[in-house]
Design a protein around this ligand. Structure first.
Ligand SMILES: [Zn+2]
Length: 287
Protein backbone atom coordinates (compact mmCIF):
# COMPACT_ATOMS: atom_id res chain seq x y z
CA UNK A 1 0.00 0.00 0.00
CA UNK A 2 1.37 3.39 -1.00
CA UNK A 3 2.02 5.69 1.93
CA UNK A 4 1.01 8.45 2.31
CA UNK A 5 -2.17 8.75 0.26
CA UNK A 6 -4.47 11.74 -0.22
CA UNK A 7 -7.99 10.79 0.89
CA UNK A 8 -9.85 14.12 1.04
CA UNK A 9 -9.07 17.77 0.40
CA UNK A 10 -6.12 18.62 2.62
CA UNK A 11 -6.14 15.17 4.25
CA UNK A 12 -3.40 12.57 3.90
CA UNK A 13 -3.61 9.02 5.23
CA UNK A 14 -0.57 7.19 6.59
CA UNK A 15 -1.28 3.71 7.97
CA UNK A 16 1.35 2.15 10.24
CA UNK A 17 1.62 -1.31 11.78
CA UNK A 18 0.51 -1.45 15.43
CA UNK A 19 -0.37 -4.00 18.13
CA UNK A 20 -4.09 -3.59 17.54
CA UNK A 21 -7.09 -5.89 17.79
CA UNK A 22 -7.16 -8.50 14.97
CA UNK A 23 -8.16 -8.65 12.17
CA UNK A 24 -6.90 -5.03 12.03
CA UNK A 25 -3.10 -4.82 11.77
CA UNK A 26 -2.54 -1.08 11.29
CA UNK A 27 -3.59 2.23 12.79
CA UNK A 28 -4.18 5.14 10.41
CA UNK A 29 -2.56 8.47 11.00
CA UNK A 30 -3.89 11.54 9.21
CA UNK A 31 -2.25 14.82 8.25
CA UNK A 32 -4.96 17.50 8.27
CA UNK A 33 -4.51 20.89 6.64
CA UNK A 34 -3.09 22.35 3.43
CA UNK A 35 -0.30 24.43 4.94
CA UNK A 36 -0.48 24.31 8.71
CA UNK A 37 -0.99 20.66 9.59
CA UNK A 38 -2.04 18.62 12.57
CA UNK A 39 -1.00 15.00 12.73
CA UNK A 40 -3.58 12.65 14.25
CA UNK A 41 -2.72 9.28 15.88
CA UNK A 42 1.00 8.94 16.70
CA UNK A 43 0.31 5.25 16.93
CA UNK A 44 3.14 2.91 16.08
CA UNK A 45 5.54 1.56 18.72
CA UNK A 46 7.69 -0.31 16.15
CA UNK A 47 11.08 1.17 15.22
CA UNK A 48 10.91 0.49 11.46
CA UNK A 49 7.43 1.99 11.22
CA UNK A 50 8.37 4.92 13.42
CA UNK A 51 11.25 5.79 11.08
CA UNK A 52 8.91 5.90 8.10
CA UNK A 53 6.29 7.85 10.01
CA UNK A 54 8.89 10.45 10.98
CA UNK A 55 10.14 10.65 7.37
CA UNK A 56 6.54 11.31 6.27
CA UNK A 57 6.03 14.01 8.91
CA UNK A 58 9.36 15.67 8.09
CA UNK A 59 8.60 15.47 4.36
CA UNK A 60 5.62 17.80 4.80
CA UNK A 61 8.08 20.73 4.90
CA UNK A 62 9.21 20.02 1.31
CA UNK A 63 5.59 20.62 0.22
CA UNK A 64 5.50 23.97 1.98
CA UNK A 65 3.48 22.54 4.82
CA UNK A 66 4.33 22.67 8.47
CA UNK A 67 3.18 20.40 11.25
CA UNK A 68 1.86 22.29 14.28
CA UNK A 69 0.75 19.61 16.68
CA UNK A 70 0.06 15.94 17.22
CA UNK A 71 -3.46 14.95 18.28
CA UNK A 72 -4.39 11.80 20.20
CA UNK A 73 -7.99 10.64 19.65
CA UNK A 74 -7.80 8.53 22.82
CA UNK A 75 -5.38 6.78 25.13
CA UNK A 76 -5.38 3.19 23.83
CA UNK A 77 -2.03 1.52 23.27
CA UNK A 78 -2.54 1.12 19.52
CA UNK A 79 -3.01 4.91 19.18
CA UNK A 80 -0.26 6.40 21.34
CA UNK A 81 2.77 4.11 20.83
CA UNK A 82 4.77 6.82 19.04
CA UNK A 83 3.46 9.88 20.87
CA UNK A 84 6.43 10.59 23.12
CA UNK A 85 9.07 9.88 20.46
CA UNK A 86 7.34 11.79 17.64
CA UNK A 87 6.66 14.77 19.85
CA UNK A 88 10.31 14.94 20.92
CA UNK A 89 11.82 14.23 17.50
CA UNK A 90 9.61 16.76 15.69
CA UNK A 91 9.44 19.32 18.50
CA UNK A 92 5.64 19.26 18.35
CA UNK A 93 3.14 19.62 21.19
CA UNK A 94 0.70 16.84 22.02
CA UNK A 95 -2.99 17.69 22.15
CA UNK A 96 -5.65 15.48 23.73
CA UNK A 97 -8.75 15.57 25.88
CA UNK A 98 -8.21 15.80 29.62
CA UNK A 99 -9.62 12.30 30.18
CA UNK A 100 -7.00 10.99 27.74
CA UNK A 101 -4.17 12.94 29.39
CA UNK A 102 -5.26 11.63 32.82
CA UNK A 103 -4.87 8.06 31.56
CA UNK A 104 -1.35 8.68 30.20
CA UNK A 105 0.50 10.11 33.21
CA UNK A 106 3.88 9.32 31.61
CA UNK A 107 3.12 11.59 28.62
CA UNK A 108 3.31 15.36 28.64
CA UNK A 109 0.10 16.58 27.03
CA UNK A 110 0.55 20.26 26.15
CA UNK A 111 -2.99 21.27 25.30
CA UNK A 112 -6.28 19.90 26.55
CA UNK A 113 -8.90 19.72 23.80
CA UNK A 114 -12.47 20.57 24.71
CA UNK A 115 -15.75 19.65 23.12
CA UNK A 116 -16.88 22.29 20.63
CA UNK A 117 -13.61 24.16 20.22
CA UNK A 118 -12.33 24.92 16.74
CA UNK A 119 -8.80 24.19 15.55
CA UNK A 120 -8.00 26.66 12.78
CA UNK A 121 -5.20 25.68 10.40
CA UNK A 122 -3.89 28.55 8.31
CA UNK A 123 -3.16 28.16 4.61
CA UNK A 124 -4.41 29.24 1.17
CA UNK A 125 -7.66 27.63 2.15
CA UNK A 126 -7.70 27.70 5.95
CA UNK A 127 -9.24 24.57 7.43
CA UNK A 128 -11.31 24.57 10.56
CA UNK A 129 -11.67 21.39 12.56
CA UNK A 130 -14.26 21.20 15.31
CA UNK A 131 -13.35 19.05 18.32
CA UNK A 132 -16.10 16.66 19.36
CA UNK A 133 -15.71 14.87 22.67
CA UNK A 134 -17.24 11.44 21.96
CA UNK A 135 -16.83 9.16 24.99
CA UNK A 136 -18.06 5.57 24.96
CA UNK A 137 -15.20 3.53 23.49
CA UNK A 138 -12.81 5.51 25.71
CA UNK A 139 -13.60 8.27 28.19
CA UNK A 140 -11.44 10.90 26.51
CA UNK A 141 -12.19 10.01 22.90
CA UNK A 142 -12.36 12.94 20.47
CA UNK A 143 -13.38 13.23 16.82
CA UNK A 144 -12.47 16.13 14.50
CA UNK A 145 -15.00 17.53 12.04
CA UNK A 146 -14.41 19.90 9.15
CA UNK A 147 -17.79 21.30 8.23
CA UNK A 148 -16.68 22.86 4.92
CA UNK A 149 -15.62 19.53 3.39
CA UNK A 150 -17.64 17.12 5.50
CA UNK A 151 -14.51 15.25 6.57
CA UNK A 152 -14.76 13.60 9.97
CA UNK A 153 -11.87 11.94 11.81
CA UNK A 154 -13.62 9.23 13.84
CA UNK A 155 -10.78 7.46 15.71
CA UNK A 156 -12.24 4.26 17.13
CA UNK A 157 -15.93 5.24 17.06
CA UNK A 158 -16.34 3.00 14.00
CA UNK A 159 -13.92 0.99 11.88
CA UNK A 160 -13.93 -0.42 8.38
CA UNK A 161 -11.74 -3.32 9.52
CA UNK A 162 -12.52 -5.20 12.75
CA UNK A 163 -14.95 -4.34 15.51
CA UNK A 164 -15.08 -1.59 18.11
CA UNK A 165 -14.84 -3.02 21.60
CA UNK A 166 -16.83 -1.39 24.37
CA UNK A 167 -15.09 -2.90 27.38
CA UNK A 168 -16.77 -2.73 30.80
CA UNK A 169 -15.23 -0.17 33.15
CA UNK A 170 -13.20 1.42 30.39
CA UNK A 171 -16.05 1.90 27.94
CA UNK A 172 -19.66 2.97 28.35
CA UNK A 173 -22.34 1.55 26.07
CA UNK A 174 -24.90 4.26 26.85
CA UNK A 175 -22.46 7.06 26.01
CA UNK A 176 -21.16 5.22 22.97
CA UNK A 177 -24.63 4.90 21.42
CA UNK A 178 -25.44 8.54 22.24
CA UNK A 179 -22.26 9.71 20.55
CA UNK A 180 -22.89 7.57 17.46
CA UNK A 181 -26.27 9.33 17.16
CA UNK A 182 -24.50 12.65 17.48
CA UNK A 183 -22.02 11.75 14.73
CA UNK A 184 -24.87 10.56 12.48
CA UNK A 185 -26.54 13.96 12.83
CA UNK A 186 -23.47 15.69 11.31
CA UNK A 187 -24.20 14.33 7.84
CA UNK A 188 -20.47 13.90 7.15
CA UNK A 189 -19.23 13.15 3.62
CA UNK A 190 -16.29 10.99 4.59
CA UNK A 191 -15.43 9.30 7.87
CA UNK A 192 -11.74 8.74 8.52
CA UNK A 193 -11.35 5.80 10.91
CA UNK A 194 -8.23 4.69 12.76
CA UNK A 195 -8.56 1.19 11.30
CA UNK A 196 -9.38 0.41 7.68
CA UNK A 197 -10.31 2.46 4.66
CA UNK A 198 -12.09 5.83 4.67
CA UNK A 199 -15.88 5.50 4.64
CA UNK A 200 -17.82 7.45 1.99
CA UNK A 201 -20.80 6.85 -0.24
CA UNK A 202 -18.75 8.28 -3.15
CA UNK A 203 -16.42 5.25 -3.00
CA UNK A 204 -19.29 2.79 -3.18
CA UNK A 205 -19.54 2.16 0.55
CA UNK A 206 -22.17 3.32 3.02
CA UNK A 207 -22.31 7.01 3.85
CA UNK A 208 -20.81 7.83 7.27
CA UNK A 209 -24.33 8.56 8.53
CA UNK A 210 -25.62 5.17 7.36
CA UNK A 211 -22.65 3.46 8.97
CA UNK A 212 -23.14 5.20 12.33
CA UNK A 213 -26.83 4.25 12.25
CA UNK A 214 -25.95 0.69 11.29
CA UNK A 215 -23.66 0.45 14.34
CA UNK A 216 -26.45 1.67 16.62
CA UNK A 217 -28.96 -0.79 15.12
CA UNK A 218 -26.44 -3.63 15.39
CA UNK A 219 -25.71 -2.90 19.07
CA UNK A 220 -29.38 -2.56 19.94
CA UNK A 221 -30.02 -5.86 18.12
CA UNK A 222 -27.40 -7.48 20.32
CA UNK A 223 -28.96 -5.86 23.37
CA UNK A 224 -32.34 -7.38 22.42
CA UNK A 225 -30.67 -10.81 22.41
CA UNK A 226 -29.30 -10.12 25.90
CA UNK A 227 -32.77 -9.15 27.13
CA UNK A 228 -34.29 -12.31 25.57
CA UNK A 229 -31.58 -14.52 27.10
CA UNK A 230 -32.23 -13.04 30.55
CA UNK A 231 -35.97 -13.55 30.15
CA UNK A 232 -35.49 -17.26 29.51
CA UNK A 233 -32.87 -17.71 32.26
CA UNK A 234 -33.87 -19.34 35.55
CA UNK A 235 -34.74 -17.26 38.61
CA UNK A 236 -31.22 -17.97 39.89
CA UNK A 237 -29.91 -15.89 36.98
CA UNK A 238 -27.46 -16.59 34.20
CA UNK A 239 -23.71 -16.12 34.42
CA UNK A 240 -21.65 -14.38 31.72
CA UNK A 241 -20.25 -17.79 30.73
CA UNK A 242 -23.80 -19.08 30.25
CA UNK A 243 -25.00 -16.00 28.37
CA UNK A 244 -22.17 -15.69 25.84
CA UNK A 245 -23.02 -18.85 23.79
CA UNK A 246 -26.67 -17.76 23.65
CA UNK A 247 -26.20 -14.07 22.86
CA UNK A 248 -23.19 -14.58 20.55
CA UNK A 249 -24.25 -17.85 18.87
CA UNK A 250 -23.53 -16.15 15.51
CA UNK A 251 -19.99 -15.13 16.53
CA UNK A 252 -16.89 -17.36 16.12
CA UNK A 253 -15.93 -19.05 19.40
CA UNK A 254 -12.48 -17.51 19.04
CA UNK A 255 -14.09 -14.12 19.58
CA UNK A 256 -16.03 -15.10 22.71
CA UNK A 257 -13.51 -13.73 25.22
CA UNK A 258 -13.99 -10.32 23.58
CA UNK A 259 -17.73 -10.90 23.21
CA UNK A 260 -17.88 -11.51 26.96
CA UNK A 261 -16.54 -8.02 27.64
CA UNK A 262 -19.02 -6.53 25.24
CA UNK A 263 -21.81 -8.55 26.90
CA UNK A 264 -20.87 -7.13 30.27
CA UNK A 265 -20.98 -3.59 28.86
CA UNK A 266 -24.50 -4.32 27.57
CA UNK A 267 -25.55 -5.70 31.00
CA UNK A 268 -24.21 -2.63 32.78
CA UNK A 269 -26.24 -0.45 30.40
CA UNK A 270 -29.38 -2.52 31.06
CA UNK A 271 -28.76 -2.38 34.80
CA UNK A 272 -28.52 1.41 34.72
CA UNK A 273 -31.75 1.51 32.75
CA UNK A 274 -33.46 -0.72 35.33
CA UNK A 275 -33.83 -3.58 32.83
CA UNK A 276 -31.41 -6.08 34.40
CA UNK A 277 -29.85 -6.71 37.77
CA UNK A 278 -27.18 -8.88 39.29
CA UNK A 279 -28.42 -11.84 41.33
CA UNK A 280 -25.78 -13.92 43.08
CA UNK A 281 -23.21 -14.94 40.49
CA UNK A 282 -25.52 -14.21 37.59
CA UNK A 283 -27.84 -11.71 35.96
CA UNK A 284 -31.62 -11.59 35.78
CA UNK A 285 -33.96 -9.40 33.79
CA UNK A 286 -36.09 -6.82 35.55
CA UNK A 287 -38.57 -4.11 34.77
ZN1 LIG B 1 -9.30 2.24 20.98
Amino acid sequence: MARPRSVARGVELFPARTPTLPPATHTNSYALGGRDVILVEPATPYDDERREWLAWARGLASQGRRARAIVLTHHHEDHVGGADLFSRELGLPLWAHRATADRLPELRVDRLLEDGEELVLEGDTPSRWRVLHTPGHAAGHVCLHEEATGALVVGDMVASVGTILIAPGEGDMIEYLEQLDRLAALGAEVALPAHGEPIAASTGGPSPTDLFRHYVVHRLGREAKVVAALASASAAGASLAELVPVVYADTPVLMWPIARMSLEAHLIKLEREGRARQAGAGWVGSG
